[in-house]
Design a protein around this ligand. Sequence first.
Ligand code: KPL
Length: 305
Amino acid sequence: MKIAIVGAGAIGRLLAGMLVSGGHTPLLICRRAEQAAAFGQEGLQFFDLAGQEQRVEVKACTGRVPADVDAALLTVKSYDTRTAAQLLPRSMPVLSLQNGLGNGEILAAHLDPAQLAIGLTTHGATSEGNTKVFYKGAGQTVIGDWLPTSEKNSPAHWWAELFTSCGHAATVSPDIRTEVWKKAMVNIGINPFTALYNVRNGELLESPSLLRVMRLTVEEAERVASLGGVALENSMERVLDVCRHTAANTSSMLQDLHNGRPTEIESLCGVIEAVGKQQGIETPYNTMLLELVREAERRRTKKAP
Ligand code: KPL
């Protein structure tokens, strides 16, 4: 199979390595020509769970996804979803493995919704330079159809079988939207706080006052979800569990802030604020975090006085 991967960050590179090990041909769609050239010259430098380096030959280019690929994986940050959607042929089967809320809605407006699947992965990976990826921890991948169906040959089943045949077991969820919201609750409860306080995930557990505000923020987001038709409960308990299990992690939002990249705050607290407005309720905690993280992004780009 020839599979395009739009987004050559850590997860995109990890999936490229996975596809090659399953005998497939990934085509990495890069934003920068320099990165595409580096993949051509150096290949993908894949460091497995044991830290062993494997050089993997991959194809890479910039621009639109060629129409002759069989399917495409989307692994760009949520703020790039709209741009990435325009690179994809309209009727191509696409799987979005992205963080945050609202990606599926954007993609469904650009692509054939019946060919669209969305998913979540908890495999841990970090990238370095243009071509290196370090596989840091085995996780799970869950995939679902954008348009729920009981068909066993749906796009989500196709993707799950493809991943499983490459050694990365994946399961199909009949209610992937709820899974996406559940994961977003965890990110809302952790990421902005780690970014604003410059702490690792586990350190959040040490502050009773932060924990109180985290709980109020998550419960507010949970209320918005239920008004929007997604019934969630115990989200704060999941936040606490993830803080414990990923205590040593630097959250993706803190990494983005440190590395001068935009954060995914708009697809987390930003979507909660927007859905809250549609439902006629105010979301003071999520709105305040949204504004504080936006301000932190702006300040980072300024020089010290
Ligand atoms: O998904 C994450 C992220 O950092 O974006 C968590 C679960 C918070 C782990 O760090």
